[in-house]
Design a protein around this ligand. Structure first.
Ligand SMILES: Cc1ncc(COP(=O)(O)O)c(C=O)c1O
Length: 443
């Protein structure tokens, strides 16, 4: 049955099979965005919507930045595409070199992809191939974490830990284990910043190593701060402990920084905020301000060097995408990095986070609010699920906020917040007062 055309006269809404969306519900009552600038979207019918989630955690410098638009337009007119298999184009190298200066020490080899999912699958493949290149081909096992989100490729959903993203898709990768997640409301509800309880959960990695033997394990992948599942923070000391255990057993540590990268935590990368250096970092989103799809994996130089052997004419890594380092994405990313540098956006979250923390925690005490979490420019308000209807209350808050002019993100009964890094006090006030009003009225 055809959905009723709503605000798009002459268009049928059925043809677009929307991702991660309740298609029938949406098409019966669409929420259509038409344009954007800085902190705002405007709907088809002209309503202004404050963007409290940077699009989808990606528009870190704010929407439709002229500099990025101009750079993409100029590149499109100069050279819209160039292959990067056995060929190159200058701005791909320029971008990789610029990025290598932002990453933690040693992570200065950059593999370009087009999305977070591709970055994750790339990093997992590099990890396995790296051990093989060093003569440890038995290291193939991958360790993820419960409630983790690493995109939607088969590698990503295998190491990921969100049940609905896994259970419909048959056999996933073999040889994958999961660490326990670190969300514990009993011990940590309403923590400000990182929770104090739970560093010991990293020791579960020792148990997994004892079960399988280190010689079978290639890598551990975690999000330093889990975003998509509804914001889960690492307990103080947890990531350092993971690093120590990985080092002890020769296991690579991959940080999936698709949402935490590019200033979200108050430094360029969460690895720097938490002072833990992983072996690889996966990124996307803020890398190009969401303007053109782009992802990247940052690898320790020792990993790259391990592949650089054999005859000079041999391809060292049989992996890559037609659109790796796409010229339009490179142009968008270079312009994005210019804005980040000029406006100090990669560290701005650290400056605003005390004010942000105060604001989001002021929602404590509202009906059904069972936890509030924050770090950098990330916030989450967890609501008590309705009896037998998980996600219903969260969805109502999300749609009501949209009605009242604020775009938040809903995962189950968690409302997640991650505004563009250019957010000002007045925007923070509007986000929080809208949530206060909506949550206050939601039964
Ligand atoms: C931590 C993490 N990894 C991977 C992804 C997947 O990125 P994409 O949707 O660009 O494939 C996301 C997306 O939200 C993410 O948050």
């Amino acid at each position: 049955m055809s959905a009723q055309p709503h605000a798009l006269p002459g268009h049928d809404l059925d043809a677009f099979w929307m991702p991660f969306t309740a298609n029938r519900q949406f098409k019966a009552k669409p929420r259509l965005l038409a344009r954007a600038k800085d902190m705002h979207y405007w709907t088809e019918d002209g309503r202004q919507i404050l963007d409290a989630v940077a699009g989808l955690w990606c528009v870190n410098a704010g929407h439709c930045r002229q500099e990025i638009t101009d750079a993409v337009a100029k590149q499109a007119a100069t050279m819209e595409f160039a292959p990067t298999f056995q060929m190159g184009h200058p701005i791909a190298f320029e971008l990789a070199s610029r990025l290598a200066k932002l990453t933690p020490p040693g992570l200065d080899r950059v593999f370009f992809t087009n999305s977070g999912s591709e970055s994750v699958d790339t990093a997992l493949k590099i990890a396995i191939a790296y051990h093989r290149a060093r003569g440890e081909a038995s290291r193939t096992r991958l360790i993820g974490r419960e409630k983790g989100y690493h995109g939607v490729g088969f590698g990503g959903i295998s190491v990921g830990g969100m049940v609905n993203n896994r259970k419909f898709f048959g056999s996933l990768l073999p040889g994958v284990d999961h660490l326990p997640h670190t969300l514990d409301l009993e011990h940590n509800a309403f923590s400000r910043g990182l929770p104090q309880w739970g560093a010991h959960l990293a020791n579960e990695l020792e148990r997994i190593v004892a079960l399988h033997d280190a010689s079978t394990i290639a890598a551990v992948i975690v999000e330093p701060i889990a975003g998509s599942v509804g914001v889960i923070l690492p307990p103080v000391g947890y990531l350092k402990r993971l690093r120590e255990i990985c080092d002890k057993h020769g296991i690579l540590l991959i940080f999936d920084e698709v949402i935490t990268g590019f200033g979200r935590t108050g430094k360029a990368f969460a690895a720097q905020s938490f002072d833990v250096v992983p072996d690889m970092i996966t990124t996307a989103k803020g890398l190009s301000n969401g303007a053109v799809p782009m992802g990247a994996v940052f690898a320790q130089r020792k990993i790259y060097d391990a592949f650089m052997q054999g005859p000079d004419n041999a391809i060292e890594l049989f992996h890559g995408y037609t659109y790796s380092a796409h010229p339009l994405a490179c142009a968008a990313s270079l312009a994005t990095l210019d804005i980040y540098a000029r406006e100090g956006l990669l560290t701005r979250a650290a400056e605003i986070s005390p004010r942000w923390e105060q604001a989001v925690h002021s929602l404590r005490g509202l009906p059904n609010v069972i936890d509030i979490r924050n770090y950098g420019l990330i916030g989450a308000v967890e609501l008590q699920a309705r009896e037998g209807k998980p996600g219903a209350r969260g969805f109502e808050v999300f749609t009501q906020c949209f009605e009242k002019g604020v775009l938040v993100r809903q995962t189950g009964d968690v409302i997640a917040l991650s505004p563009p890094l250019i957010v000002e006090d007045k925007h923070i006030d509007q986000i929080v007062s809208t949530l206060r009003e909506v949550i206050g009225k939601t039964t």
